[in-house]
Design a protein. Structure first.
Length: 548
């Protein structure tokens, strides 16, 4: 049965629409302006169950407005029980939400629950309309207006997906392959960044040339320059004494140099990469002669490079040099239906063209959480194939292997059972939190000079800073200590308070910065630094103990 709803925009009176069920990303289509979708509070359960599309914000806190509770959740559609006692307060709350969303440039839908009495009072005179055509919400991750070029069958097999985000990636690969601009591939771990880089090379103008992959995070920092640029005889202790060593950039020749995990580069290495990109020349370690290089450069990372720029951890000039041509890789969360498509194709590859997965198994796979995205899904299927040599795979096999390997389902926290894995995840989580907190600090520094936040800075704090903090805060165990979690949570709460202060009056913003936010920011930064130092020390101590 469709769900009856009221559709609010800034420019018009509410209208009645019907939302398609079962709920998907297209059930609540988003226009080019923000919209509020009011439903009966008895219907909210259907939205809350679909956590890959909707973000459950519980019941509205009477002390907070809708903007502070619903803005800044990336591609997810926030859902909240409004808890309003009369229709006038609902209208006021919705109007404030849509005004603030438009001001910060967030164009998406917000689902709000209302009692039956208020719903029918507000919608009594509303006219029925058809839901608008769906368009991409939040930051554009699919270029829907691209002219569709024919996709070679072999390319479609390499990067599979039916959703528009996947089709957009294929169209961008076709465009990237025919030019020599640097390409920057951004996306979560396991989403196929290296597959895309290889496809750009293989389907490009020089597939016969070399494709050289460099994992910037896997090579020790002190060796990276020698590996990438090469070195002359006697350049350093241990260098070959008879002949120079050709670096990987030079070795790539007229082909492609793929710099994976470029977000792991030190600032010193970033400068040298930038100079090589600009001048198309390198200098070997210990050398004086500049060597021309012609390889096309593709870079990739799972980190937020712009956040690192704001935190002073990544050079702005290199960031803009790389982002001439950007490709975003979609996560499995963005379109869970793609899990079934990928799983069926992988299973046929493992077991033969006649092999198939039954509907119950596919449904269970789609319901599982895949933080490692496609790489984790494929690994799990390979394990199923290796352990259960049966043509009749059942859901029981999946759940049994999931428990055995501690593959985390939603909210299970099973990964915390392995101390080593948990420590690694804590380090990754804490460093990410440190990046986000430092990025927020950069946006807030002008408050110390008595200047109010600009609209752009408020937008960045809301849609990037707070949104990312709340994602991090959802995983309490990875902060390693309650004190560090509380310090970061306090910063998130302070930012919420700051963004509710008058926008153009610097005085209350500066007072709040000096008295509250600045001390809490510095405390959070200190706690994060201490936790990283402690975990790193534990790792070193553990290694020494094992060696003895």
């Amino acid at each position: 049965m469709p769900i009856e709803a009221l559709w609010f925009t800034q420019a018009a009176k509410p209208a009645r629409i019907s939302l398609a069920t079962p709920l998907t990303a297209e059930s609540v289509p988003v226009t080019k302006t923000p919209v509020a979708v009011v439903v009966l509070d008895s219907e909210l359960g259907d939205f809350q169950k679909c956590s890959t599309v909707f973000k459950d914000r519980g019941r509205k806190d009477e002390r907070k407005g809708l903007p502070s509770l619903l803005l800044g959740y990336g591609g997810l559609i926030p859902v909240i029980d409004g808890g309003y006692g009369d229709s006038g307060r609902l209208r006021q709350g919705v109007a404030a939400l849509l005004k603030k969303a438009a001001a910060v440039g967030e164009c998406k839908a917000y689902v709000i629950g209302a009692t039956e009495k208020i719903f029918h009072t507000v919608g009594g005179s509303a006219k029925d309309i058809k839901p608008p055509r769906p368009v991409t919400s939040g930051p554009a991750r699919a270029l829907s207006s691209l002219e569709e070029w024919p996709v070679p069958i072999e390319l479609a097999k390499r990067f599979m997906g039916e959703a528009r985000e996947y089709q957009s990636v294929l169209q961008l690969i076709l465009r990237a392959k025919d030019n020599e601009l640097p390409v920057l591939i951004l996306g979560e771990t396991g989403t196929g960044k290296s597959v895309i880089a290889r496809a750009i090379h293989d389907f490009g103008q020089k597939p016969e040339e070399r494709f050289v992959e460099v994992n910037c995070g896997a090579i020790p920092s002190e060796l990276l320059e020698a590996e990438l640029f090469g070195y002359e005889p006697r350049a350093f202790t241990g260098a070959n004494l008879s002949k120079p060593k050709i670096g990987l950039w030079e070795f790539a020749g007229h082909g492609t140099l793929f710099l994976d995990e470029i977000g792991e580069l030190t600032l010193n290495h970033q400068v040298k990469i930038l100079l090589a990109l600009q001048g198309r020349r390198i200098r070997r370690v210990g050398g004086v002669r500049e060597i021309p290089v012609d390889a096309r450069v593709i870079a990739a990372t799972n980190r937020n490079l712009y956040g690192m720029v704001l935190a002073g951890q990544f050079r702005l000039d290199l960031y803009f040099r790389l982002r001439n041509f950007v490709i975003y890789t979609p996560s499995l969360r963005s379109d869970p239906s793609n899990i079934a498509l990928l799983a069926k194709a992988k299973w046929k590859k493992l077991r033969g063209d006649q092999a198939s997965l039954n509907d119950d198994v596919l449904k269970e796979l789609c319901a599982m959480r895949w933080p490692g995205n496609v790489r984790e899904l494929y690994s799990f299927l390979e394990s199923l194939n290796s352990i259960y040599r049966t043509d009749n795979l059942r859901v029981e096999h999946l759940t049994e292997l999931q428990r055995y390997y501690s593959v985390p389902d939603a909210g299970s926290g099973a990964e915390a059972d392995d101390p080593v894995y948990h420590r690694i995840e804590c380090l990754r989580h804490l460093r990410r939190a440190d990046e986000v907190v430092h990025a927020c600090e950069q946006q807030l520094k002008l408050l110390a000079d008595g200047q109010p936040l600009s609209e752009l800075q408020r937008s960045i704090l809301l849609t990037q800073g707070r949104a990312q903090l709340q994602i991090l805060l959802a995983h309490r165990l990875y902060f390693h200590s309650q004190e560090t979690y509380d310090a970061v949570a306090q910063v998130d709460s302070d930012l919420d308070h700051l963004l509710l202060l008058p926008e153009h009056d610097a005085r209350p913003q500066t007072r709040f910065w000096n008295s509250t936010l600045a001390p809490h920011l510095h405390q959070a930064i200190g706690r994060l630094f201490t936790e990283v130092e402690q975990l790193t020390g534990e790792k070193v101590s553990g290694s020494k103990a094992g060696a003895s």
